[in-house]
Design a protein around this ligand. Structure first.
Ligand SMILES: Cc1ncc(COP(=O)(O)O)c(C=O)c1O
Length: 368
C-alpha cells in the first residue's frame, strides 16, 4: 500500500479551466465570478448575504467589525481551536476570553460559558464547529438572547454541516468560513466568506473588505485590502457544486471507521450526530494519556499520515502566555484534548480499503 495521506484537496480540470477563463475574461480583482460565488454561497447556506474575503481569519474579524460591538468588547470563545479563531478577535481590536470545552465533542461548553457570562460583561460569543461537528446551537442561541450577545459561528471547518436541518452559518448573527486548501472546499488557495441576514452589517463588511469604499473614490471606513481574487472565486464556484457529494463521502468514511473501530475501547471516537449533521472535516480519535504519540509513530511507520489538531490549547501558546499571562492549566479539558487527540486520514478521495488498512493498524497497535 502506498502512503496514505491525512487530507488531499480536490482540484480537477473543470476548476483549473474556470480559473483560466476568469483570468482571461474578467477583472482580476472584483470580477463577475466573485459576485456569482457570493450569491451562490448565500443561497447554499440559506442567508441573505455572503461576502467573500481573502481568508477565514479576515472573515471572522470583519464579522465582528461589521457588528454592533465596540472597540475593546470582550468576545468569548474556546481555547481549543486553530489560533486564528481568537487572533481574529484581537485583529478586530477586541478582547478574546476563553471558556473550556466539553470533552465529548471538543466544542465550547455552554455551561462553562455561562459561568463567565454571569460574572463579566461580554459582548460577543464565537463557538467553533470544530472538525465539522455542529455546536449545540440551541444552547448558544439561548445564551445570545439571555445576555444580548453578538453570535459569530466559526464555520471554518464546517461547510455544509447542519443543526436541526439548518446550515451552519445561518443561525447566529454571522457565520465565517475558510477556503484554505485543506478545508472541505477550497478556492485553490486562501479565501473566506462571511454570511449574515443583517443588511446593514453586510454593507459595512462589503466596504471594509474593499478599502472602506463607498464608491470608487470615496472611503467611509479605515478599510482593508481583504478581497477574494476573481480566479479563486471561479474555482470556489465549481467546488461548491461538488461540496454535498464530498461531504456525503466523508460521512460514509466516518461510518466505516466507526464500524471498524467501535470495539477498540482504548480510544474515544468522534461524537455521533445528535440534532446536527457533521461534515467530518477531520475524523479525530482520543487516546488514553501517553498513548497518542506512540500510536502516531506506529501509524507513521506503517505509511499512514496522521495529524494533531491541536497539540496545544491556545492558553498554552507562547504568544498568548505573553499577551494575557496564561501559564497553562487554566482549561483542563482543552489541555487533555491537546495531549490525546489524533486525526486519522479523511478526505473524499480516500478509499474503503485505505480506511480498513488504517483501522487494522490501529487494532494491531492495541493487540487486537
Ligand atoms: C477553526 C478555524 N477558525 C479559523 C480559521 C482561519 O481560517 P484561514 O486559515 O482561512 O484564515 C481556521 C483555519 O485555518 C480554522 O480551522
Amino acid at each position: 500500500m502506498t502512503r496514505i495521506h491525512l487530507m488531499w484537496p480536490e482540484l480537477d480540470k473543470e476548476m483549473i479551466e474556470a480559473a483560466i477563463q476568469a483570468w482571461q475574461n474578467e477583472k482580476m480583482v472584483m470580477g463577475e465570478s466573485v459576485f456569482k460565488f457570493e450569491e451562490e454561497f448565500a443561497r447554499y447556506v440559506g442567508v441573505k448575504h455572503a461576502i467573500s474575503t481573502n481568508s477565514g481569519t479576515m472573515a471572522l474579524s470583519l464579522a465582528l467589525l461589521g457588528s454592533k460591538l465596540k472597540n475593546g468588547s470582550k468576545v468569548l470563545t474556546t481555547p481549543f481551536t486553530f489560533i486564528a479563531t481568537s487572533n481574529s478577535i484581537i485583529h478586530a481590536n477586541m478582547m478574546p476570553i476563553f471558556a473550556d470545552i466539553k470533552l465529548e465533542d471538543y466544542i465550547l461548553d455552554p455551561k462553562e460559558s455561562e459561568k463567565i457570562l454571569r460574572k463579566e460583561k461580554v459582548g460577543g460569543i464565537m463557538p467553533v464547529h470544530l472538525y465539522g461537528h455542529p455546536a449545540d446551537m440551541d444552547a448558544f442561541m439561548e445564551l445570545k438572547e439571555k445576555y444580548n450577545l453578538v453570535l459569530v459561528e466559526d464555520c471554518a471547518q464546517a461547510h455544509g454541516a447542519e443543526w436541526k436541518g439548518k446550515k451552519l452559518g445561518s443561525i447566529g448573527d454571522f457565520g465565517a468560513f475558510s477556503f484554505y486548501s485543506a478545508k472541505n472546499m477550497t478556492v485553490g488557495g486562501d479565501g473566506g466568506m462571511v454570511t449574515t441576514n443583517d443588511d446593514e452589517a453586510a454593507e459595512k463588511i462589503r466596504s471594509l473588505r474593499d478599502c472602506g469604499r463607498k464608491d470608487k473614490y470615496t472611503h467611509i471606513y479605515v478599510g482593508y485590502t481583504a478581497r477574494l481574487n476573481t480566479a479563486n472565486a471561479a474555482i470556489g464556484r465549481v467546488q461548491l457544486r461538488r461540496l454535498d457529494r464530498w461531504n456525503e463521502r466523508r460521512r460514509e468514511i466516518a461510518d466505516l471507521y466507526r464500524r471498524l473501530l467501535g470495539d477498540v475501547e482504548e480510544i474515544a471516537l468522534p461524537p455521533k450526530d445528535t440534532y446536527g449533521k457533521s461534515v467530518y472535516h477531520l475524523f479525530v480519535i482520543r487516546t488514553k494519556n501517553g498513548e497518542r504519540d506512540k500510536l502516531k509513530k506506529y501509524l507513521n511507520d506503517n505509511d499512514i499520515e496522521v495529524g494533531i489538531h491541536y497539540p496545544m490549547a491556545n492558553n498554552q501558546q507562547p504568544v498568548y502566555q505573553e499577551l494575557f499571562g496564561f501559564r497553562g492549566g487554566e482549561f483542563p479539558n482543552s489541555e487533555e484534548a491537546a495531549r490525546n487527540v489524533l486525526s486519522l486520514p479523511m478526505y473524499p478521495g480516500l478509499k474503503d480499503d485505505e480506511v480498513k488498512y488504517v483501522s487494522e493498524k490501529i487494532k494491531e497497535y492495541y493487540g487486537r
